[in-house]
Design a protein around this ligand. Sequence first.
Ligand SMILES: Cc1cc2nc3c(=O)[nH]c(=O)nc-3n(C[C@H](O)[C@H](O)[C@H](O)COP(=O)(O)O)c2cc1C
Ligand SMILES: C=C(O[C@@H]1CC(C(=O)O)=C[C@@H](OP(=O)(O)O)[C@H]1O)C(=O)O
Length: 393
Amino acid sequence: MLRFSTAGESHGEALIALLSGLPAGVPVDQEFLSHELWRRQQGYGRGGRMRIERDAAHILSGVRHGKTIGSPIAMQIANRDWKNWEEILPVETGDAEKHKPVTSPRPGHADLAGALKYDFPDARYILERASARESSARVAGGALAKMLLRELGVEVLSHVIRVGQAELDRPYVWQDLVDLSKKETILLNCIDPEAEQRMKGEVDKVLRTGDTVGGIFEVVTHGLPPGIGTHTNWDERLDGLLAQAVMSLQAVKAVEIGRGVTAAESIGSAVHDAIAYAETEDAEKHTRFSREKNNAGGIEGGISNGEDVTVRGYLKPISTLRRPLASVSFATREVTKAAYERSDVCVVPAAGVAAEAMVAVAIARLVLEKFGGDSLRELKRNFDGYREQIRKF
Ligand SMILES: Cc1cc2nc3c(=O)[nH]c(=O)nc-3n(C[C@H](O)[C@H](O)[C@H](O)COP(=O)(O)O)c2cc1C
Ligand SMILES: C=C(O[C@@H]1CC(C(=O)O)=C[C@@H](OP(=O)(O)O)[C@H]1O)C(=O)O
């Protein structure tokens, strides 16, 4: 079984990603891993911290001569900012004041709920782990899951479709996303330059006013055969598992599969994707059944149907505001302004990259459950046998 977890705090020494259950023999592409980490650090509207960090994953175990060996893979990503906090974070001296306590909780962050739950008079104990710094470790794990999926012809990419009031007004085609992923600079990770400029305008507005902005990203899984996930049990449905994986990301507050949101206000004939059939020898096609549209987002009955799997994540605006909202001091109980040190103001592109990682892990887990195999060779044999079966259906 593919298992994935992370450890580490935002300003601690390092983050750890631990991935176990990948079969042996998967080629590990270090350059790809670094590029994925780089992609997550980009985007217009990121704060001062991103000028400090240069994320790189050091593989500690589970890989030999460039291939997985079937044992757990541990990866470490150093926090370059750690050296600025080394003196501040340890609390052995007992002098809390020296350790920059956060005593006016930020509305929207984990500060208040976490301090109440874990019984700390200082929200720094909470924010260190609540921070989306952790999403860097998710991207490292997701990169390994993507390396596995790539061997089966499955790719996962994302793009931004909304920042604040600015929206992309055309659907993607897969090649758009491939081109976007190869760009050497990332502004807002939008496939349309004109829409991207409007999105930049939304970020500029909040930069001026000391506010923040949210938006929507879309993660697309391309090349997945029909039959991943199942209708038979509630906790094994592909749509439910993807929703959980994406919703688990910091600041994601809603998840949409396909055109799930607008489907609710439409009629059935306008929503459902009519089925066609054509005899074809095209090896790229999983089946002879096809759809002209994909409002279902590639999932019906909790099972992939062979179309692109599309999952959108809706991001709330970042909660740390340069012009803070009202809060209450833990120390004095008086009304005060919420804490502000520094912050991102827009993270939609970065969240999209982190969501790709979560989608890749969730799908890789289901693929491994369905096809099994301790080595990549065994997995591929099982996978190819199934593909052959559904192509003939
Ligand atoms: C890539 C990324 C970067 C983020 N950066 C910040 C930030 O700089 N400041 C902030 O207040 N929140 C930031 N967040 C969001 C918080 O981590 C998140 O709102 C907080 O942990 C509370 O969790 P919740 O929003 O899921 O309820 C970021 C989120 C992501 C995905
Ligand atoms: C460090 C990252 O994101 C951080 C996520 C984050 C938060 O509160 O979630 C707060 C900021 O950190 P700091 O308080 O150090 O400025 C972001 O920079 C990262 O994405 O790598």
